[in-house]
Write a protein that binds this ligand. Structure first.
Ligand SMILES: [Zn+2]
Length: 532
């Protein structure tokens, strides 16, 4: 493609606000890069391939800073339980699907007891009752619990003293949380991923991403296994995928990431600092309101986390860790502060830091993922330590602050859950993401959720939300010189929308159709039936 013209183009150049009131008209593209921004209509000479937007909107290619491509891709092949509303319905779905699927494990994703009539997960015996004659596994929507039938438990062969291995009266329940869940979900996804095929699964996730307007995803992949084959496979096929993938290896072993040549480490799974609110494993500074003896779970001891961060930081890696509760944020923050004090890096990038490794050493940009509950004082310390946040606004869309939170953590803390505006006002660099499959791989839903936060005090403007999914997403991955805005010399990563998300009524942002996705000057997605 040589040019796009006749559009309403939000360049986000310089992060200035003028782009909102006076968008650009066109872009000239030279190969993979933007050559020139056309602010006024002009005759484009010499261009052979020109796309006429006919007044449609173009924005910098959207970036999702927190995606799990394995479950996202697997969701196209596994059994979907997102819409199940009772255990009987779960059983019926499994029974029906078992008849349609070849031998091998039955793997279902998306179960969430908060949407089941019984308000609990099915037990091993209830899954045995489906009588499919093979191992059955159910992955929780949030990734923080796992269910297995008896054959499934036998296959996993976990030790019953593993933390989170559900037992009642000396009998396994088949419900796994905590470490048992991490081990089980890692192993089962790896097994199923291998069965379906790595390339097929990642391609399915990539196709879903480009149809949603994404040009870059940060893929947090793998589990605690050394030399994880899925991570290796993703690195091998990365350049064949239709969008850019920034890989984070979810292991606390710095040498495992370094062995794959990765400058980044961490994410969720084996890098979970805590769990989630639902199973009361999110680590809190003060106890749960409905369980005064419970403050959640820290999966690392202080010593283990320090060892993880110290070794990764010493190797020049960027670190990312999942912290949901303020107790987990506290442990991660304290550990980051200690490591940064012991091994300081200059606060600003080196002047001539063309080399990525040199930049990483100079400017850590370590990340905290989620930060759903974070205090004002913690936000100040996060900013001072140069830590970046990666948040998922659609959590609030699916689990609003006034839904289940007041009974779990009390109404005061519920008011402070997913504090998007407070985070931006604290001046903390913050990228947006989906945590797909926890929320859908739909950046426009993320932008919509930030603008329409259930707590009016935490709403942000559509342009601030768009920046979280473009400029901030580029910056958190050290890619701001390449991506995040539409400027001469940057990559021609462009998302074309049927309407302007900065101008439509706020409650319509999520429904704005993506009409075209352009990655490095190449059209990789066109809305079916679209004629431009
Ligand atoms: Zn995650």
């Amino acid at each position: 493609m040589d040019a796009i013209v006749n559009g309403r183009i939000h360049t986000l150049a310089d992060g200035a606000l003028e782009y909102e009131s006076s968008p650009a008209w066109g872009l000239l593209i030279d190969g993979q890069r933007i050559e020139r921004v056309l602010w006024e209509p002009e005759r484009v000479r010499g261009a052979t391939e020109v796309i006429d937007l006919r007044g449609r909107t173009a924005v910098p290619g959207l970036i999702d800073a927190h995606v799990h491509m394995t479950p996202t891709g697997l969701a196209h092949f596994s059994i979907d339980l997102l819409d199940a509303t009772s255990i009987a319905e779960v059983q019926a779905i499994l029974h029906r699907e078992a008849a349609l699927r070849d031998e091998g494990v039955l793997f279902a994703q998306g179960i969430d007891e908060t949407w089941l009539e019984e308000e609990r997960l099915p037990t091993r015996h209830e899954l045995d009752a489906v009588e499919v004659g093979r191992p059955v596994f159910l992955g929780h929507r949030t990734g923080h619990a796992f269910c297995a039938n008896t054959a499934g438990l036998d296959l996993l062969a976990l030790k019953p003293d593993t933390p989170g291995y559900g037992m009642v009266a000396g009998e396994p329940t088949g419900i796994l949380s905590d470490r048992a869940n991490t081990l089980a979900s890692g192993r089962v996804r790896a097994l199923y991923h291998g069965e379906v095929g790595y390339a097929v699964v990642f391609e399915a996730a990539a196709q879903e991403a480009i149809a949603a307007g994404l040009t870059t995803v940060h893929a947090l992949e793998g589990h605690d296994e050394h030399e994880d084959p899925a991570v290796r496979a993703l690195l091998d096929i990365q350049t064949d995928l239709p969008l850019s993938v920034v890989v984070y290896y979810q292991t606390p072993q710095a040498e495992a990431a370094a062995a794959l040549g990765l400058p980044r480490i961490g994410g969720c799974m084996a890098c979970w600092v805590d769990g989630d609110f639902g199973p009361r494993t999110a680590a809190l500074l003060d106890p749960y309101t409905d369980a005064p003896a419970v403050t959640g779970t820290l999966y690392f001891s202080d010593e283990e986390l320090l060892e993880f961060f110290s070794a990764a930081h010493a190797r020049g890696l960027q670190i990312a860790v999942h912290c949901v509760g303020d107790g987990a944020v506290e442990q991660a923050l304290r550990t980051y502060e200690q490591v940064l004090a012991e091994q300081p890096r200059p606060a600003r990038p080196l002047a001539s830091a063309a080399d990525h490794q040199a930049r990483l050493r100079a400017d850590h940009r370590h990340r905290i993922e989620h930060a759903e509950l974070i205090t004002t004082d913690q936000l100040r310390r996060v900013r001072e330590a140069g830590i970046h946040l990666s948040i998922q606004p659609a959590f609030n869309h699916l689990w609003p602050h006034d839904g289940g939170y007041p009974s779990l953590i009390g109404s005061d803390r519920a008011q402070r859950v997913d504090p998007i505006r407070s985070i931006l006002e604290a001046g903390v660099p913050t990228a947006g993401g989906s945590d797909s499959t926890v929320t859908p791989l739909r950046p426009l839903l993320g932008i919509h959720s930030a603008v329409n936060h259930s707590n009016p005090r935490e709403r942000i403007s559509a342009s601030d939300a768009l920046r979280m999914f473009t400029l901030a997403g580029a910056r958190i991955a050290f890619e701001e010189d390449e991506k995040g805005s539409l400027e001469p010399g940057k990559r021609a990563d462009i998302t074309i929308l049927d309407a302007d998300p900065l101008a439509v009524p706020p409650d319509e942002i999520k429904d704005v159709p993506v009409v075209m996705t352009v990655v490095g000057g190449q059209v990789v997605y066109t809305m079916p039936g679209l004629t431009l």
